[in-house]
Write a protein that binds this ligand. Structure first.
Ligand SMILES: [Fe+2]
Ligand SMILES: [Fe+2]
Length: 204
């Protein structure tokens, strides 16, 4: 995973460090566990969350697909139950919005929500703002992001604080629309409503 992060760094991609893997794992676990699903399902979400970007080692393009193929061998060799392996493979393969990803299981929905909520300026590796892509700019603008899960009301709220000097709220919304719609559908898969709040303004 460290080598994969190093490789994609050379093409200017965002930071996909162990910290991103750990955060995605913890949040994926929390989503499933807090919504009242079995603990083992939460553990599978944590494993899928931790490994979801492992395919960057092969290539950034379709890294979800590559990652799913990689973990098949890794987890099978470790003796994991085949049905659990397939759940993790499905979640990894479907986490990318560019590759037409969508929620295929509870675990998959949790990984999508956890992964897409890790938006932070610290993940932008470029020093020169003139070389920023739109995605770099919105990440650079993000000062804080968090996901709030209300099991009683079946509600998942993504809260973002962005620096509007770097990027306006509407720019942010437009650039991240595909990701946010993917999160909305993931929340719905889990039987929840999805609210997106940016700088205290509810946009979804
Ligand atoms: Fe990814
Ligand atoms: Fe990721």
């Amino acid at each position: 995973m460290e080598m994969g992060n190093q490789f994609i760094g050379s093409i200017g991609a965002l930071e996909h460090s162990i910290a991103h893997a750990e955060l995605t794992a913890e949040l994926s676990y929390d989503i499933i566990f807090n919504l009242g699903y079995p603990r083992r399902e939460a553990e599978l979400a944590a494993i899928a969350g931790y490994l979801h970007d492992i395919g960057n080692l092969i290539h950034r393009y379709r890294h979800g697909t590559w990652g799913a193929i990689m973990v098949f061998e890794i987890l099978s060799e470790m003796g994991m139950d085949p049905e659990e392996v397939t759940t993790i493979m499905g979640a990894i393969a479907h986490h990318e919005e560019q590759a037409g990803g969508y929620s295929v299981s509870n675990v998959s929905a949790a990984v999508i929500l956890a992964d897409k909520s890790d938006v932070n300026h610290s993940r932008v590796r470029k020093n020169d703002a003139t070389s920023f892509t739109d995605r770099d700019r919105v990440n650079y603008a993000a000062k804080d992001s968090s996901l709030f899960i209300n099991a009683m009301e079946r509600l998942i709220v993504m809260n973002l604080t962005i620096d509007t000097e770097v990027c306006s709220v509407m720019d942010y919304f437009e650039i991240f629309l595909t990701k946010m719609m993917m999160c909305k559908r993931a929340a719905e898969y889990l039987g929840c409503r999805f609210d997106l709040v940016i700088n205290d303004v509810q946009l979804l």
